[in-house]
Ligand binder design. Structure first.
Ligand code: HPA
Length: 241
């Protein structure tokens, strides 16, 4: 099995994962955010991609999502697990990990489809995440002894600014539990390529207006860092499924 992992750079030095090399891929949609780092463990080939680039310099609205997904396709990746930092709107707190179960797209102006002309194609996106991969993640988390929430609706904003408190109240009223900036168009592009996709979100902060403190990038980065060992434990348990 070839498994893609999209996340930050802190993820891939996992015990028992053998480094096989870097793959720089060129796609018809341009250059992916970074080279794909290939690791092998118990017969599973992992391809790690840094969504924001090696030096974390690509903001959410400027990521070339099409190139990133097309690059995975070129490598023969059949399943992608995306890791994202999100604000918690309802029923979650900083440090929690959610295996997202549904999603709302609130982005605009992003290159969001491979079917941009020539061919009209509508993917079924009733269920945005692959149920098999979600089940695999839940099993792996359990095996790794990492507590996760098995559902949550992720709303994706354009960023890079954070939300107003009124926006967060509105997002809660339409059913969102978490808010981030990178799930769209990543998830539907994977579906367009028929690559199975699931999301693991780490709650890095209370969404705007729902906590007592002002949001800072430092808080987001520190909480994400603190969750890294638990995330690595989940990834590390995947090959045993
Ligand atoms: N809002 C949007 N994106 C985010 C947040 C947030 O509060 N935290 C981490 N990514």
């Amino acid at each position: 099995m070839k498994l893609g992992i999209i996340g930050g750079s802190g993820l891939y030095d996992i015990d028992g994962f053998e480094f096989m090399g870097e793959e720089s891929v060129v796609t018809e949609w341009g250059a992916p955010s970074d080279a794909y780092r290939h690791f092998s463990c118990k017969g599973v080939d992992f391809y790690f991609l840094n969504r924001h680039g090696r030096s974390h310099g690509i903001p959410p609205h400027s990521v070339n999502y099409r190139a990133n997904i097309a690059g995975f396709e070129k490598l023969g990746v059949e399943r992608i697990i995306s890791f994202t930092a999100v604000g918690g709107i309802r029923g979650v707190k900083p440090g929690d990990i959610v295996i997202s179960s549904n999603a709302i797209d609130h982005t605009s102006g992003r290159a969001h489809t491979f079917y941009d002309g020539g061919l009209i194609h509508h993917i079924d996106f009733t269920e945005p995440f692959c149920p098999e991969l979600r089940a695999l993640l839940l099993e792996s988390a359990e095996r790794a002894g990492v507590e996760v929430k098995d559902s949550g609706v992720y709303i994706c904003t354009n960023g890079p600014r954070l939300e107003t408190s009124a926006e967060i109240r509105y997002f809660a009223s339409i059913g969102a539990d978490t808010v981030g900036m990178t799930l769209f168009p990543e998830a539907p592009l994977a579906r367009e390529k028929e690559i199975c996709y699931a999301n693991v979100s780490v709650i890095t902060n209370h969404a705007a207006g729902t906590g007592d403190t002002k949001l800072t990038t430092v808080e987001v980065v520190e909480t994400m860092k603190a969750a890294t060992e638990r995330i690595k434990a989940i990834v590390s348990a995947l090959p045993d499924s």
